[in-house]
Design a protein. Structure first.
Length: 224
């Protein structure tokens, strides 16, 4: 058990933080909605009813889609782009998809290489881009969920104000949808860009996201 906890510490800790944050968001969001409903002369709703509502779904989905967009873009951008001195970047001589030798493919396969890396053909090509494609799929799925839940929440507000509901397409073109999306995108792009730049000059001893403390600033792609 101790070895399992050690070997999976990052996934377990962040999984628990995610669940705790999601539960906290549910309680806080339910309280906020009920306060607004009471102010408007309506009746409060229960926690479970709120969790199943479009208000909760759109708030969750709009954050998920921005996170997966960040990962998708960063994964593919770092194949071809670099930031000299950053631990988040490859060095200049490794830009691009790299050779089979560097990627342990073909005659350079290892005994423990994944089956699809060994398979060759379309399966190896697909597996070679599987991480980025999964992140793209999760982004698109979350974004679609946001658009559907956001339209429902938006139309609820429209009906309360005795205005006509809008179609899904009209909502996707609306300021509400793009405001929800862009306010998350800009923060994610700022965060990942800041990390790439700060890791050139700053250190965190023992972290895989940092260079060794004594490494020169121009050292690229080295963890410590």
């Amino acid at each position: 058990m101790k070895r399992f906890l050690r070997d999976n510490g990052l996934g377990l800790v962040f999984g628990l933080l995610f669940l705790g944050s999601l539960v906290g968001q549910a309680f806080a969001g339910n309280a906020e909605v009920n306060a607004r409903r009471l102010t408007d002369g309506g009746d409060p709703i229960g926690l479970w009813q709120y969790v199943l509502s479009s208000d909760f779904a759109v708030d969750v989905a709009e954050n998920w889609q921005s996170e997966y967009l960040q990962f998708f873009l960063f994964i593919f951008a770092t194949v071809w782009l670099m930031q000299r001195g950053s631990n988040e970047s490859k060095p200049a001589d490794r830009l691009g998809p790299e050779s089979d030798e560097q990627q342990y493919l073909g005659p350079h396969l290892k005994r423990e290489s994944p089956p699809w890396a060994r398979a060759g053909g379309w399966r190896t090509r697909l597996y070679s881009n599987s991480l980025g494609l999964v992140m793209l799929g999760l982004f698109l799925g979350s974004w679609l969920t946001q658009s559907i839940a956001g339209r429902s929440a938006y139309n609820n507000e429209q009906l309360v104000q005795f205005q006509d509901p809008v179609s899904w397409w009209d909502y996707v073109l609306s300021a509400d949808f793009w405001n929800r999306s862009l306010q998350n995108w800009q923060s994610e792009f700022l965060a990942i860009g800041s990390m790439a730049i700060f890791s050139v000059y700053l250190r965190q001893r023992g972290s895989s996201e940092s260079k060794p403390v004594g490494a020169p600033h121009n050292t690229t792609d080295e963890s410590g």
